[in-house]
Every structure is written in C-alpha cells, then in structure tokens.
Design a protein. Structure first.
Length: 228
C-alpha cells in the first residue's frame, strides 16, 4: 500500500470523527450489531468503558456488510466527507489487505518449514475482512483511564495503521507493558488468536492496550483477516 493511500485513510478518518455528533450518529450501529459508529455496548453501570470513538465495518464478504444507512447518507448529504469505508472500497483496500495477508502467512509457513498453503488454506477462499477506525480524544485522567482495555484479538491476523505523531499502543511482554514506537507510512502486524492456534503457540497473539493522552488526540485504523 502506498504512503499516499495510507495518508488518505488517516485523513478521511480524522474528517469523519470531526463531524457533528448528530451526523455521526446517522452511521450508528444497530442495537444487536457491530457495524457502524459507536462505542462500547453498556451491559452494567459498573462497566469500565474505553476512551474512544470507533466506526466498524465488515468489508468482506460484501454480503454481510451492513452499514447501509451510512451509504445512503452519502447520496443525500453530499457536503459531508465520506466515511473512511468508502475510501477503502474505492482503493480496493480489501484486495490489497488480502494480498498482504497471503504474503505474510506464506512467510510464516516457510519459517516453520511447512508445506505451502498449510495455514493459508485455513483462511478459506473467502476470508472475512473487517475494518475498524478509531479516534482517541484527549483525556484529562491518562493515569487512570485507558483508550482501550487490555485484550487479545480473535482474528487470524491484524494490520494496524497508527497515528503519525502520537504514540499509545502498548503490548504485554514478560509482565511489563512496552510502548510500540511509531513508524511513519508503515503497517504494524499482529498475530491473532486463530494463527496462534494454527501454529500451536509458536506464533503468539499479543495482549495489547491503548494509553490515553492528556493533551493530544490520536487516530488508529485496523484491518482484521479471519478464517471463513
């Protein structure tokens, strides 16, 4: 993926999250779904919420893409910037991500001296591709609140496009949290739970979290590839 395309994705992400709240809510997810704009689903008044906004979308297969209200809004309100999902579709993001995933998975097979496509075949002919666009606003209590709680990822592989200026992603190693440094115009790769299972734990799915920042906002976009 070119640096100009990655810049465009971050730029459109920022424009979307700067829309007035009532306009962003037009893209809100359904009560029982995950596609669309929103935050944590609240199950309890004791629940700890993440300090972020997000837009979530099933990219592939297109038969399960459910952000229909958002696509309709584009036709009725042309003055709005399109959601990041439209930029991704127009640039064949789904194809690019699948090709990148195939290259990396094949390299993992080779590193373990396995026959070709041993892991890739487990993703299936039509792997599920998800996208999540994240916005982390400044937080007045960065020592007490996380932008995203510690978690693993139940995908096969995760591809992360980080903010170009503000760090925040941390991974757990040897019982310590380590800050992931920023690398401009680069996509970070995380092994998901499915690949950890495929490799019998040789490749591990890292536990990660996202720290807040007292004065600066931050964006991060993620692509997930899952076995179909």
């Amino acid at each position: 993926m070119s640096a100009s395309f990655l810049d465009e994705v971050l730029e459109v992400t920022g424009k979307f999250f700067k829309l007035p709240l009532d306009e962003k809510r037009t893209y809100s997810r359904d009560e029982n779904g995950i596609d669309g704009y929103g935050n944590d689903v609240i199950y309890s008044d004791r629940q700890t919420l993440d300090w972020n906004d997000r837009l979530y979308l099933h990219v592939l297969p297109k038969s399960i893409t459910k952000l229909k209200n958002g696509l309709a809004l584009l036709k009725n309100l042309p003055h709005l910037p399109p959601p990041p999902t439209k930029t991704m579709h127009s640039a064949n993001f789904d194809i690019r991500l699948r090709v990148m995933n195939e290259i990396i998975v094949k390299a993992m097979e080779k590193s373990l001296d396995l026959e070709e496509n041993r892991f890739l075949d487990q993703f299936g002919e039509s792997p599920i591709v998800l996208a999540r666009f994240n916005f982390y606003p400044p937080c007045p209590w960065p020592d007490r609140i996380l932008a995203a709680k510690p978690q693993g990822v139940a995908s096969g592989a995760t591809y992360l496009l980080q903010d170009k200026e503000v760090e925040g992603l941390q991974v757990l190693k040897d019982d310590q949290w380590w800050l992931v440094p920023l690398t401009p115009n680069a996509i970070a790769f995380n092994v998901g739970d499915q690949v950890e299972i495929m490799t019998n734990g040789i490749y591990k799915s890292p536990i990660h979290r996202v720290a807040t920042n007292r004065t600066r906002e931050r964006e991060r976009d993620s692509g997930f590839v899952l076995c179909s």
